[in-house]
Design a protein around this ligand. Structure first.
Ligand code: ATR
Length: 283
């Protein structure tokens, strides 16, 4: 029952109608018997400042932020976490005592998902495909956990500048790679695809070159979760490597946001089950 005490959170994005977050969070609130609701909040580009003022006025407890507002919210926040600062994007806002506090749970969510899949990145080496916003969260968090990295991107200059930024933080060895063909694949333990290549409806596309092998000792994490089993993950499975689908990161970034808002440990298993029930788009 929604009553006078119901606490509100939601998702600020444009568009938001296909998001899985409302289902995931409302299922979690129900499971813990919390009188909270998670609402879709479509906010057109250019109206972010007004929207945030509205959330404050309406006593929202927080929001998730998604495309295209993850950077646009930053100038309007009172405080921003060190991770969000380095990543350059905010995906979670906590509203406390009339203040807007920006966080980024994408990187930590990714880390929780790979750990849940049985991969501990400390002392290992990863190859990250892509150098956009999602890559920044992955690369920063992996580097923080002591994982060395090679970054490969279609636009080589972007991989170079991300690697340089990470080198300046002195967390772990990070190098840009312009040619995958010249890389010693045996040195690598984890492959992460942060590009949208392979996402529905382009399900036949694969971010890994057809002519290159995929070593059997690799763990292969695809941030794409629609379809659940991407072409890359199929190829990994066929090569005897360990494929891990992108749903775990979605669950864990949500679970971490849930904890920031409510102070309670999120029922991650229940959140995952809510997503598992979601009908996968054809393909
Ligand atoms: P996100 O926030 O989801 O990471 P983004 O910042 O636009 O989105 O970054 C998308 C990443 O996927 C980039 O690394 C992009 O490569 P470029 O820097 O060369 O644009 C990569 N990407 C997108 N489409 C791609 C494609 N068809 N082939 C290879 N890489 C692609």
């Amino acid at each position: 029952m929604i009553d006078g005490r119901t606490q509100l959170v939601g998702l600020l994005g444009w568009p938001v109608e296909h998001s899985l977050s409302p289902t995931m969070h409302n299922t979690a609130f129900k499971a813990l018997d919390l009188n909270w609701r998670y609402l879709p909040l479509p906010v057109a580009p250019g109206r972010v400042k007004e929207a945030l003022a509205g959330l404050l006025a309406l006593n929202f407890r927080g929001v998730n932020v998604t495309v295209p507002h993850k950077q646009a919210v930053i100038p309007h926040l009172d405080q921003i976490s060190p991770a969000a600062q380095v990543i350059g994007a905010v995906n979670t806002i906590v509203i406390k005592d009339g203040h807007l506090l920006g966080h980024n749970t994408d990187g930590e969510g990714f880390l929780a998902a790979v750990r849940e899949a049985g991969f501990d990145p400390a002392g290992k080496r990863a190859l990250v495909l892509g150098a956009g916003g999602a890559a920044r969260a992955v690369v920063y968090t992996l580097a923080q956990s002591g994982c060395a990295m090679s970054i490969h991107n279609r636009t080589a200059a972007r991989a170079q500048s991300l690697a340089r930024e990470m080198q300046a933080l002195k967390l772990a060895a990070v190098e840009p790679v312009s040619q995958l063909e010249t890389l010693d694949l045996n040195r690598i333990d984890l492959l992460v695809n942060t590009t949208p290549v392979g996402m529905w409806p382009q399900v036949q596309a694969c971010p890994w070159p057809r002519m290159l092998s995929l070593p059997a000792h690799w763990t292969v994490y695809d941030l794409v979760y629609n379809p659940r089993e991407t072409r890359l993950l199929k190829q990994a499975k066929a090569a005897g490597a360990r494929p891990v689908d992108g749903l775990g990161m979605l669950v864990w970034q949500g679970a971490l946001a849930f904890k920031l808002w409510t102070g309670r440990d999120a029922p991650a298993g229940i959140m995952r089950a809510a997503l598992d029930q979601w009908a996968v788009t054809p393909g």
